[in-house]
Every structure is written in structure tokens, then in C-alpha cells.
Ligand binder design. Structure first.
Ligand SMILES: Cc1cc2nc3c(=O)[nH]c(=O)nc-3n(C[C@H](O)[C@H](O)[C@H](O)COP(=O)(O)O)c2cc1C
Length: 309
């Protein structure tokens, strides 16, 4: 396989949606060791077995394959930072997390949704990886939502669930646009003199029309609707908001008020979530690197889009 075949194979593997685990053990000096892994597979109920695939290039390979046991910690959906901590070269990965010793001896991380403390059942050579097959000696299942991972990005099932529920009911969905034209952003003037992003509120009657078409209907045919810029639940407004990045070649034909990116009238924008979207847009536009926000009107995550997309 050429390097580019391998890249394509890795990307194809990445289409398989998984959870995220942290595999822990101790090295021969008795220090805790651990790494992030999404290669977890349940194997057998009788005897109770699971497996993890560990890259031979891992700095933990020698210690993990020699260990008498290991634990698999299934991360809950708020533990993205724990996943990153155990995937990056951090001096002491355990300094940043709370943990305790499992019944069979391997480190169990706090707030995980389930854990399995295993003895080493079998170490199997498998190409550039080694399979660690563990026999489960003790486990617990806390029942929180797990953290998801697909195509190199994390996802949180509860947020995706909220969106899906809103889409099913077709109510309370607000589709909005950040439309930039010649260094200015289009804002809608509201009755009270305030400004907001152009948007449309969907109700049960208009949910069959695509989001793109809704935005074109509201703003005009010269609008082209690009990537999703922000997805958030606004508890205050009682809406699920999906904000698209839009452009137009004929901005002068659009109705609304174009405001210069470097002189945005923030004092006329009452909605804090809209102000946050605009501030982020102004920041990202300056460096030409856009991200996508998911969360609610107060807190969430920005994931960077790959450059060139
Ligand atoms: C979501 C995610 C899943 C990963 N899954 C695996 C895996 O299954 N096996 C593996 O060997 N590395 C996996 N990695 C990479 C390791 O976590 C990373 O290379 C390792 O922690 C590097 O440190 P080390 O050399 O100290 O082990 C994964 C990383 C991430 C972010």
C-alpha cells in the first residue's frame, strides 16, 4: 500500500462511528499509564472478554503489552478534554484527571460512563498493531451518555438528540444566516430599532422546504447558502438555531442593513448569542479559518473546519 492508499484506508475506517475510551495500566515502575483508544470491541460474554488494538509505535506499547492487566474507561460525553489529554504528548497525563485504583488494580477515571478492569487474557500480534485481549474481572456501568467519535470529530449524543427531536417536531427551529458581502455583514432591522441576523422561524407547516430554500426565500435569489456555522439550543428564545454561512454576488439587491465587519454596531444587537456569533465570525474572518459551534446560547464547543473546505 502506498502512503496515500493508507491515508484513504484510515479515512474509510474513520467512517465507522465509535465511542471513545481511555485504556489504563501501570508500567514496571508502578506509575499509571494510559492512552486514548476508539478500537474497543466487546468480544465474549463467557468468558467475559474485550479487546483493544494498540499501535506498535505507541510510547506505551512495551509497558502495556507486558502488563498483567489493564482497564478500559468508556468516556462520557463531557470528557472530550480527557480524550485529548490521553492522546497528546502530556508529561503526566494523570495529573489532569481524578482517578482511583480499580478492584483488579488498573486506574479507573472519575465520571466515566462505564469501566472494565481486566486481567491480560492474550496479547496478539496484528500487523502494525497489537491486540490486547482482556478478561473482565470487575466492571461498572454508570449510565451516562457516552462521547462519540466519527471521521476525526467528537460528537455528543444528547446534543444531536435535541436537534433530531426538534427536527421531528418541526417546531421551534430558527434558520439564520451570517451573510458577508464586500466586507460587511447583513443584519435585519427589527421593529424596536434593534438588529439581528436574518432568520426564519419554522413551524409545522413549512418544515418540508429545505433550510437553503428558506434562506433564499427570506433574503433573495442571489444568496448562496454555504456551510453550517453555528448550531445551538437557545433556552431563552425556546428555539433550536441553525445558522448558515452565506454569500451573495449581488448584495446591493438584498434588503436589510449592511454593517462593516470592522465597525459592527454591537450595542444595537440585543441577543447575546447573536453577538457571540458575530464576534467569532469577525475573529475567524480575520485569519480566514472558520469553525462550527455546537452547544446552547451560553456554552458549547467550536470545532475548526479543515482548511480548504
Ligand atoms: C479518538 C481517538 C482514538 C484513538 N484510538 C486509538 C487506538 O485505538 N489505538 C491506538 O493505538 N491509538 C489510538 N489513538 C491514538 C493514541 O491515543 C495516541 O497515539 C497515543 O496516546 C499517543 O501516546 P503514546 O505514544 O504515549 O501512547 C486514538 C486517539 C484518539 C484521539
Amino acid at each position: 500500500m502506498t502512503q496515500s492508499d493508507q491515508r484513504q484506508l484510515r479515512d474509510a475506517f474513520g467512517a465507522f462511528m465509535t465511542g471513545v475510551t481511555v485504556v489504563t495500566s501501570h508500567n514496571q515502575q508502578g506509575q499509571p499509564i494510559g492512552f486514548t483508544a476508539n478500537s474497543f470491541t466487546s468480544v465474549s460474554l463467557d468468558p467475559p472478554l474485550l479487546l483493544i488494538s494498540l499501535a506498535k509505535t505507541s510510547g506505551n506499547h512495551a509497558a502495556m503489552t507486558a502488563a498483567s492487566g489493564f482497564a478500559v474507561n468508556i468516556l462520557s460525553e463531557d470528557q472530550e478534554s480527557v480524550s485529548n489529554n490521553f492522546a497528546r504528548p502530556v508529561e503526566d497525563r494523570f495529573a489532569a484527571v481524578e482517578w482511583s485504583q480499580g478492584p483488579y488494580g488498573a486506574p479507573i477515571l472519575a465520571q466515566v460512563t462505564a469501566w472494565f478492569d481486566c486481567s491480560m487474557h492474550q496479547v496478539v500480534d496484528a500487523g502494525d498493531h497489537t491486540l490486547l485481549i482482556g478478561r473482565i474481572e470487575a466492571f461498572d456501568n454508570i449510565g451516562l451518555n457516552g462521547l462519540g467519535y466519527v471521521r476525526g470529530s467528537y460528537f455528543r449524543p444528547s446534543l444531536e438528540g435535541q436537534g433530531a427531536e426538534a427536527l421531528r417536531s418541526g417546531s421551534g427551529i430558527r434558520i439564520g444566516a451570517v451573510l458577508e458581502w464586500q466586507g460587511q455583514i447583513l443584519l435585519e432591522e427589527k421593529g424596536d430599532g434593534g438588529l439581528d441576523l436574518p432568520s426564519v422561524l419554522l413551524d409545522g407547516s413549512n418544515r418540508k422546504t429545505s433550510h437553503q430554500q428558506h434562506l433564499v426565500n427570506v433574503m433573495g435569489p442571489s444568496v448562496s447558502v454555504g456551510f453550517v456555522y453555528s448550531v445551538y439550543e437557545d433556552v431563552g428564545r425556546g428555539t433550536h438555531n441553525i445558522i448558515y454561512h452565506c454569500t451573495s454576488t449581488e448584495g446591493e439587491q438584498l434588503s436589510g442593513l449592511f454593517c462593516p465587519i470592522d465597525d459592527m454596531p454591537m450595542d444595537r444587537i440585543a441577543d447575546p448569542a447573536t453577538r457571540d456569533i458575530l464576534k467569532r465570525y469577525i475573529r475567524e474572518q480575520a485569519i480566514g479559518d472558520f469553525g462550527i459551534y455546537t452547544g446552547n446560547e451560553q456554552s458549547g464547543h467550536v470545532r475548526q473546519l479543515a482548511r480548504g473546505t
